[in-house]
Design a protein around this ligand. Structure first.
Ligand SMILES: NC(=O)c1ccc[n+]([C@@H]2O[C@H](COP(=O)([O-])OP(=O)(O)OC[C@H]3O[C@@H](n4cnc5c(N)ncnc54)[C@H](OP(=O)(O)O)[C@@H]3O)[C@@H](O)[C@H]2O)c1
Length: 419
């Protein structure tokens, strides 16, 4: 059986790699009764892999498999029938509102929405959405923390009495706001992250899933749809705690699926103009790494596609052809770390290029940066982008936006912008 806590480790390892916290880090999952020699041999047989498992004397690695989208896009009956009942934790958040609106208008579903905010405290968009939903159908909102099992159970039992039928599905969207990370990337790198920071990310997602596990135990026919993030698979610079929480969520999905439940965990890349990523300064960095933005209408389409697929864990948004994604996609052999190859060395020309190259060498910890080197190929992540642009702005009393390096990613091009 899957241990969701351990599932979170892979996300921490990939975050450590992305942040270059340590020279080398690998996660090897070895069964307790494995033969040591066979295990070591199996691990050696998969060099360059960041995450592998040894089972029956052989090494297994994680790969993504592109799957086609089904033609007919409707919510399958076994997840939520027409007129069915659903709990949406975090249901008044940005994505929750899109999902609730769809379930109400397309399925005539009866909904129980939750969040921590008391109804009287709901402001702006959330209050308006709730009023609108109540005109569309039967919608209740209850203020309850997703990780509070007994309170959640009481709210659901109460709704079931009103509905006169059991809960058909849970859509678990509760997630801690990551917006405060944007101005504090250094503070959320793995070497600086605190136990409180980790707990804050874990509580709504993994704590919420644990509470749901209790709720679901008494409701074997209830389906579960978990809203996870691509960070859970790929890790994320300065988002290690968030990544771990999402990987744990995927772990719960695997565990419930193994018990025979209808369950999906969908790991999204950023939704455009929606919810916690609205206005994110990291959108350009994500796109560069093949994590495409998702228009809300497309998001609902992808949700329906994922529900119609038989797989438990799906990623929505990554571009399998992107150089950072491709090494994780089945059929593509990994050659060294993920990402495109480094350009042949040609020395920086002129004072400006030499200064830019020197800042890059310092920020990236790389020697002999050439004028055609690309910041991201040398291991630049969003945290290092911020540091590097900050250093250049200070040095040249300039005001380059962070996006400059995405549009002009080589030393030569960035120096030209500075000049
Ligand atoms: N937006 C994206 O691009 C994106 C991408 C990948 C994954 N996701 C995932 O999708 C889910 C929804 O995201 P979103 O963008 O809609 O976020 P959002 O707008 O911030 O909504 C999240 C909701 O969760 C609620 N919440 C937070 N902590 C809670 C807790 N402990 N118990 C109960 N409710 C809690 C919040 O309401 P209260 O403050 O009232 O509690 C809020 O309404 C999240 O799990 C997120 O990680 C989003």
């Amino acid at each position: 059986t899957v241990d969701p806590g351990r599932a979170a480790l892979a996300a921490l390892v990939r975050t450590a790699r992305a942040e270059q916290t340590v020279g080398a880090v690998r996660l090897v999952d070895i069964a307790a009764d494995a033969d040591d020699t066979a295990a070591v041999a199996a691990v050696r047989s998969a060099p360059g892999e960041d995450v592998s498992a040894v089972r029956d004397g052989g090494a297994h690695v994680q790969r993504l498999r592109p799957v086609p989208e089904p033609d007919a896009l409707t919510v399958p009956r076994e997840i939520l029938p027409v007129g069915g009942t659903a709990l949406l934790t975090g249901g008044l958040g940005g994505i929750g509102r899109e999902v609730a609106g769809y379930l109400l208008s397309a399925l005539g579903a009866r909904l129980l929405l939750t969040g921590r905010t008391p109804e009287a405290g709901l402001g702006g968009e959330r209050r308006e959405a709730l009023e609108e939903f109540r005109e569309l159908g039967e919608v209740a909102y209850v203020s309850v923390d997703a990780a509070e099992g007994p309170a959640l159970e009481a709210a659901v039992a109460d709704a079931e009495r009103r509905w006169g039928r059991p809960l058909d599905a849970v859509f678990h969207l509760a997630g801690a706001d990551v917006r405060d990370h944007w101005d504090a990337l250094e503070a959320h790198a793995l070497t600086a992250e605190t136990a409180d920071g980790l707990a804050a990310m874990m509580r709504p997602k993994a704590g919420g899933a644990q509470a749901l596990e209790g709720l679901l135990a008494a409701r074997p026919g209830t389906a579960a749809v978990l809203f996870s993030s691509v960070n859970g698979f790929f890790g994320g610079s300065s988002f290690g705690a968030y990544a771990a929480a999402n990987a744990a969520l995927d772990g719960y999905a695997e565990r419930w699926a193994a018990e025979g439940r209808a369950v999906r965990s969908i790991a999204w890349s950023m939704w455009d103009r929606t919810g916690m990523n609205e206005g994110s300064p990291l959108a350009a960095a994500a796109r560069h790494r093949g994590l495409r933005g998702i228009d809300p209408a497309r998001g609902v389409q992808l949700l329906l596609a994922a529900l119609a697929r038989p797989e438990t864990c799906l990623l929505a948004g990554p571009d399998p052809a992107n150089a950072y994604i491709a090494p994780y996609v089945t059929g593509v052999r990994r050659r060294g770390p993920a990402g495109p190859a480094r350009a042949a060395y040609s020395p920086p020309e002129g004072e400006l290029e030499r200064e830019v190259a020197a800042v890059w060498e310092d920020v990236l910890g790389v020697e002999r940066v050439g004028r055609d080197d690309t910041f991201f190929v040398l291991g630049g992540d969003s945290l290092r982008v911020m540091r590097m642009i900050g250093r250049l702005n200070e040095r040249f009393a300039a005001a380059l936006p962070v996006s400059a390096v995405y549009d002009h990613p080589t030393v030569r091009a960035l120096a030209a912008v500075l000049s």
